[in-house]
Design a protein around this ligand. Structure first.
Ligand code: GZL
Ligand code: ZN
Length: 358
């Protein structure tokens, strides 16, 4: 049952009772409460806020950390009822979940969209049902951006630019005279894939790198290993693999070592990655992953901040990027500059790992 309807009924009951039995103060409180309800929120009154969250799936360590952040933020003790749906990376499951949330008259819908397109119809249904939609992580490409209230996530093209600026500086520092690179892409059509792939394509054109192959690894370890195996069969001159997330990197490393080749700063193939998950940044400490560009999964608190503002009838930013760093094995590159902005590179040490929130 939608919180707002319940509390309006309660308020109406309270006001009628109070009008019969007590002075102005209580009436004001009651009517004030009713007014608060009209404006769209009575969380301050302790009403449980129901949040329907359509999550992409459980394809990666990043996704697990992202889900954990949402579940720990939207807990019962924090005053929420979270309805969590895992779509197993299928858009049709996300659309079904959103329709269920509408039926259940949740107060807010949070969507982590698997890919950017195909959302207009179902987001219009949510809008018609007067349920605010908050988009997290990847972006939606819709004809009318009033179909969502706010988006919070990463600047994926900047992530790609950072990784490639680091590789260019590293290659210069190490005197690598050619870059023969393969790209194990993320889920095709996901903002993370679109941005990270574009960052590589632009850098390859700018620095004269040879992109030997591009193929999706679906952001999973199994597919990442399979794709790397096939690329190793096709090319014997690969010296860099650009994995668009940590789980693909884990698979690629297994494939490279199974093929009798080595990874790391003195190895045959440098492994680039994104996400800086706990396992990924540990591989970066060891050098198995040479550079790991951060993609922060802790969206729970950011979404809660948006909901609290909406509850209070305040304006929210339409789009908010999260801050993210660059982490590397060794200290060969101290910083990179992108479009005039400097980004510090953090050399991964055990202390760095111990200090991280995820
Ligand atoms: C990025 C996110 C991507 C991660 C992958 O914000 O969408 O999806 O990089 C995850 O690990 O599967
Ligand atoms: Zn080293």
């Amino acid at each position: 049952m939608k919180r707002k309807v319940v509390s309006t009924l309660l308020c109406a009951a309270m006001v009628s009772t109070m009008l019969v039995g007590c002075g102005g103060g209580a009436d004001n409180a009651a009517s004030g409460d009713a007014a608060a309800t009209e404006e769209g929120g009575d969380a301050a009154e302790g009403g449980t806020i129901t949040v329907g969250f359509s999550q992409v799936g459980a394809e990666s360590d990043w996704r697990t950390a992202n889900s954990e952040s949402m579940k720990s933020t939207f807990s019962e003790e924090n005053g929420y009822e979270l309805i969590f749906d895992d779509a197993q990376q299928k858009q049709e499951n996300q659309i079904t979940a959103i329709r269920n949330f509408i039926q259940q008259e949740v107060d807010y819908i949070v969507l982590a969209p698997v890919t950017e397109t195909g959302w207009d119809t179902v987001l219009q249904e949510a809008k018609d049902a007067d349920i605010p939609v908050i988009i997290v992580d990847r972006m939606v490409d819709v004809s009318d951006d009033s179909l969502y209230t706010a988006w919070v996530g990463s600047n994926f093209e900047l992530e790609g630019k950072k990784a490639c600026a680091w590789l260019n500086a590293y290659a210069e520092a190490k005197g690598m005279d050619e870059i023969n690179i393969v790209d194990i892409q993320g889920t095709i059509g996901a903002s993370a894939q679109i941005g990270r792939t574009k960052g590589l394509e632009d850098a390859a054109a700018e620095y004269g790198w040879n992109i030997l192959a591009m193929q999706t690894g679906e952001f999973t370890q199994a597919k990442g290993q399979e794709v790397m195996e096939s690329m190793l069969k096709q090319y014997d001159n690969i010296n860099v693999v650009y994995c668009e997330n940590d789980n693909e990197a884990f698979g690629a490393i297994d494939a490279i070592e199974a093929a009798g080749k080595t990874v790391g700063p003195d190895g045959d193939i440098l492994v680039m990655s994104f996400d800086t998950t706990k396992a990924g940044i540990t591989d970066t400490l060891d050098g198995k992953i040479i550079c790991n560009t951060e993609c922060n999964p802790l969206h729970g608190p950011r979404v809660e901040e948006i909901i609290k503002k909406l509850e209070a009838g305040e304006e929210v930013e339409k789009q908010a990027y999260v801050e993210e760093g660059i982490f590397a094995h060794g200290g060969d590159v101290a910083e990179v500059e992108i479009d005039g902005e400097k980004f510090e590179v953090t050399e991964v040490t055990q202390e760095v790992i111990d200090a991280r929130a995820y």
